[in-house]
Write a protein that binds this ligand. Structure first.
Ligand code: URA
Length: 272
């Protein structure tokens, strides 16, 4: 005898120890299983079968996608009906289609001069912007002011807004569905201002308005054209780094400075 146990001996030992079930290799959520079983027991025989258990790795149910596209449609309809900036501001203040708005203290519409040649677009208000109701008034706003000053611009000679006019909780990045709802308002905003050029600060503004798959590192420092049916002509648009990124990454300021010089050159009639 080599001392090795026979499988029957092991089984008997398990049974005596009270083990009465073998377990699979993948874990089973017994709470979910038993609550669904309870629901099924309580369901009348004529009721339709329940939806499959939602899988958090898959897309939201079709009804959520339909609801989201209906909100975008409503936003587009409202924005298209605005024929002045004052009307657009009132429409945004009255819009109720985005949960972000309920958590925000202000609708941060814009600052600066709507007659200016340059329209600057950032991502979304932060805490200080939400408190004051004006875009770019916190730490990154101070840097934006210095960036604009460096090419001879300020809030009298530039107009400033954001892709999303409501502060996302905890300053998180706005989600693509939130951007999609705000985009019709932003497009109308651009049409009503009809600027000579657009300067986009950061990846959120760049991907919202340039509709390109590349990130800000590749998009910055290049002139594109922005087109919209309500604009008399295509508007030159340049993306650069967001001032909040430059505060965290000072070595990127050199590239941002180059981008700003491109803006100055174009304003002076120097093209690219
Ligand atoms: N960051 C932005 O993108 N916009 C603001 O208004 C403030 C900070």
């Amino acid at each position: 005898m080599d001392g090795a146990l026979h499988p029957h001996d092991i089984l008997r030992w398990y049974l005596e120890a009270g083990v009465d079930e073998t377990i699979g290799e993948t874990p089973v959520d017994r709470y979910a299983v038993s609550s669904r079983a309870r629901e099924q027991q309580q369901r009348p025989a004529s009721a339709p079968p329940p939806d499959p258990v939602p899988d958090r790795h898959h897309a939201p149910p079709a009804s959520a996608a339909v609801a989201a596209s209906a909100i975008v449609g409503t936003a587009a309809h409202i924005a298209a009906g605005c024929s002045s900036l004052a009307e657009l501001r009132v429409a945004l203040e009255g819009f109720d289609g985005l949960a972000l708005k309920r958590a925000a203290a202000s609708t941060v519409f814009a600052d600066g001069n709507p007659e200016a040649a340059v329209m600057c677009i950032g991502e979304a208000p932060g805490q200080e912007e939400d408190r004051q109701g004006r875009p770019f008034v916190g730490a990154s706003g101070k840097l934006l002011d210095r960036m604009l000053n460096s090419i001879g611009l300020d809030r009298d000679t530039a107009y400033i807004t954001n892709v999303v006019p409501w502060r996302p909780p905890a300053n998180r990045k706005p989600g693509p569905d939130e951007v999609a709802v705000c985009l019709p308002f932003l497009s109308r905003h651009i049409e009503l201002v009809d600027p000579q050029m657009l300067v986009l600060f950061g990846g959120a503004a760049a991907s919202a308005l340039l509709a390109k798959a590349e990130g800000i590192n590749r998009l910055r420092g290049r002139w594109f054209e922005y087109n919209s049916p309500g604009l008399p002509r295509p508007v030159p648009v340049l993306a650069t780094f967001h001032p909040a990124y430059l505060l965290r990454t000072p070595e990127a300021k050199r590239d941002a400075w180059r981008d700003l010089l491109m803006v100055r050159k174009k304003l002076d009639g120097g093209g690219r």
